[in-house]
Structures are given as C-alpha cells and as structure tokens.
Design a protein around this ligand. Structure first.
Ligand SMILES: Nc1nc2c(c(=O)[nH]1)N(C=O)[C@@H](CNc1ccc(C(=O)N[C@@H](CCC(=O)O)C(=O)O)cc1)CN2
Ligand SMILES: Nc1ncnc2c1ncn2[C@@H]1O[C@H](COP(=O)(O)OP(=O)(O)OP(=O)(O)O)[C@@H](O)[C@H]1O
Length: 211
C-alpha cells in the first residue's frame, strides 16, 4: 500500500516535528491545545459509562499535555484508573497503573515511564488509549472512513494495538493531534502494518470514523 520510502517518511517526520516545535516556541499552539482539551472533556463525558481505564502518555517534544484533564477525570470517580506505556525491548508497549507523584524512569527514547517491577502498580489492559500523533491522515472506503497515525517511527503503537484489539475488540483508540498535522495522499499513505484510529481528536473536535 505504501508509496513512500524510508527516507521521505523520515524527512516528513522531521518537518512535522520542527513545525510543532516552532509553533510551541512562539505560543501559537496554546489556543489549539485549549480547544483540544475542551473536546477531550466532551469525549470523557460522552463515554463515561464505557471507560474504566484510560492509557495516556507522558508528553515529550511539545505533545499535548492531557495529564491535568485526566487526573480530574480520575478524581471524579475513584474506581477509574489511568495508566502509562512502558516500551519493551521487543517494541511492544505494556501499560501500568499510574498515580500522580509516582517515580518514573526515563526510557531509551527519553520518555519517563512507570517501573514495571513496582508491585504496587498493576499491569492494565486499558479500555481506551490516547495516542499522540506526529502526523495523521484520513481515508475513505464505501462504508466508512479511517484515521491513520504517523508516529516517531518505532512502530510501538501499531504492534501493541494489533495485539490488544484481538483480546479486546471494543478497545477505543484515540489519536491526539492538530488539524495542521493532517497529511494528504501525496505526502503519506498508511502502510499495511498501520492500525487505524477509532477517533481523531483535534482542536476542531471529536472526529469519529463512521462504522
Ligand atoms: N509521550 C509519548 N510517549 C510514548 C510514545 C510517544 O509517541 N509519545 N511512544 C510511541 O511510540 C512510545 C515510545 N516510543 C518512542 C519512540 C521514539 C521516540 C523518539 O523520540 N524518537 C526519536 C527518533 C529516534 C530515531 O529515529 O531513531 C525522535 O523522534 O527524536 C519517542 C518515543 C511510548 N511512549
Ligand atoms: N504489527 C507489526 N509487526 C511487525 N512490525 C511492525 C508492526 N507495526 C509496525 N512495524 C514496524 O515498525 C516500523 C515503524 O513503523 P511506523 O513507521 O508505522 O511507526 P510509527 O507508528 O510512526 O511509530 P510509533 O508508534 O513508535 O510512534 C516499521 O518498519 C514497521 O515495519
């Protein structure tokens, strides 16, 4: 399916990350992040009955910081759980319960991660995974459209979602990004190993892939 070669995807990633960095440096991303967080609130409210546990991410490189909103979501109902990814050497992600103040350990990519050996923090199979996007795209079929994610290039989320969806078909995978990160077919096309997102959440709203 892919028409892109490794080098051009690498350049595309670098361009998108540089652009995100420059928007953040001059504060242009602040209103977008505020709007996105208000749509996240809507999403959490609309899905309150089906979500017991949510996987978030520890923001790096100007990714949208969702921690405050999700800590509030947990405070509203003590049965709710948050978890963070731990990247395994085989490039799969495991998710471990996270509470504010937990000690995290920097991964080889510099991402603070939970300690997988902490007996007080269980491994969790989340109901919903919030996934930061470097870029994203939309494609149409006769019956539905799909959202696709371009990440940092490790393939971690694709491997993980492929496996988690088998055990949990109603897992809700939500991409987090900005409208300007949307890529057209000439820029990037999803590959056969890419796992689609169920929802794309941006500053313009909650975009559902129609089923
Ligand atoms: N905040 C956050 N946490 C996350 C991810 C993410 O995208 N964002 N991940 C998503 O999978 C997993 C970790 N995977 C990651 C893979 C690469 C890089 C990274 O920064 N890579 C370098 C380039 C490395 C290279 O090209 O060799 C970079 O972009 O500078 C970060 C996270 C799990 N945790
Ligand atoms: N399910 C899978 N099984 C085996 N290899 C995979 C799988 N998914 C992705 N890969 C491999 O991982 C590499 C990176 O994939 P891709 O460029 O899609 O990463 P990404 O989604 O941008 O990264 P990340 O999720 O880590 O931010 C590719 O070379 C791909 O072949």
């Amino acid at each position: 399916m892919s028409v892109m070669h490794g080098n051009s995807v690498k350049t595309l990633r670098q361009d998108l990350l540089a652009q995100r960095k420059s928007f953040a440096a001059c504060g242009d991303d602040v209103p977008l992040k505020t709007a996105l967080l208000s749509h996240l609130q809507d999403f959490l409210q609309k899905n309150a009955s089906r979500l017991g546990s949510i996987a978030l991410y520890w923001p790096i490189q100007d990714e949208v910081d969702l921690r405050g909103s999700l800590l509030t979501w947990v405070e509203e109902d003590k049965a709710r759980r948050l978890c963070l990814p731990f990247a395994r050497p085989d490039k799969h992600l495991d998710f471990y319960a996270w509470q504010e103040g937990d000690t995290l350990i920097p991964s080889q990519h510099g991402v603070p991660e939970p300690d997988p050996n902490n007996p007080r923090r269980a491994q969790i199979a989340p109901d919903c995974i919030l996934i930061p996007c470097v870029g994203w795209s939309e494609s149409m079929s006769a019956t539905r459209h799909y959202f696709w994610r371009l990440g940092y290039g490790g393939g971690y989320f694709d491997r993980t979602l492929a496996q988690l969806r088998q055990a949990k078909p109603d897992l809700l995978c939500v991409g987090i990004g900005f409208d300007w990160q949307k890529l057209n077919d000439a820029q990037w096309q999803s590959q056969t190993h890419d796992e689609p997102l169920d929802i794309m959440l941006t500053e313009s709203g909650i975009h559902n892939s129609a089923r």
